[in-house]
Ligand binder design. Structure first.
Ligand SMILES: Cc1cc2nc3c(=O)[nH]c(=O)nc-3n(C[C@H](O)[C@H](O)[C@H](O)COP(=O)(O)O)c2cc1C
Length: 160
């Protein structure tokens, strides 16, 4: 019996897991940087911890290993264009994206998102071709609205 599955099979299977969509952001010396991430989860209540998985090949991978703080914006349903823009290469990902600065950790946050989290990097764990970044949530705020969803490589809306 052979062990393991192909990456194609794994990718296809996991595409069936519906998720929300976040933008993970940091304040770099040259300005704000960020990327779209759906591999995001809450981890612990006490202390409040979240995780985000960052691909080792991603251009921002090494940055998130050195920056002390990062922001997470959980996107609203009308923000699919932002999710798309923040996953593209060689574009200004912040073009026409409304920003605000987090009052606690001075991280950039996406205006109009459902939730803003300001996090301090607590631990980083290598995990295959990704790194799991654990962040302690220093501040959280949420607003009314409906979430952007991602399922089988397509953005969608919550039906209810
Ligand atoms: C819906 C969606 C979810 C994504 N989730 C993640 C994720 O959780 N982790 C990650 O490292 N990249 C994720 N990506 C890919 C990144 O947004 C980005 O495209 C990738 O890091 C390559 O960036 P680079 O061009 O800066 O290297 C996702 C992309 C999309 C469209």
């Amino acid at each position: 019996m052979s062990e393991g599955i192909s990456s194609t099979k794994f990718r296809e299977s996991m595409a069936h897991f519906a998720s929300g969509v976040t933008i993970v952001t940091m304040r770099a010396p040259e300005g704000p940087v960020g990327f779209t991430a759906s591999a995001f989860s809450s981890v612990s209540l006490e202390p409040p911890l979240v995780l985000v998985c960052v691909g080792r090949q991603a251009s921002l991978h090494d940055r998130i290993l050195v920056h002390e703080h990062f922001g997470v914006s959980i996107l609203a349903e009308e923000q699919a264009w932002i999710a798309s823009q923040f996953s593209q290469k060689k574009v200004d990902r912040f073009h026409e994206v409304p920003l605000r600065e987090g009052p606690h950790a001075a991280v950039p946050l996406i205006d109009g998102a459902l939730v803003h989290l300001e996090c301090r990097c607590q631990q980083r764990h290598p995990a295959g071709d990704h790194t799991i970044v654990l962040g302690q949530v220093l501040h959280a705020s949420s607003s009314q609205g409906r979430p952007l969803l991602h399922y089988r490589r397509t953005f969608g809306k919550f039906a209810q």
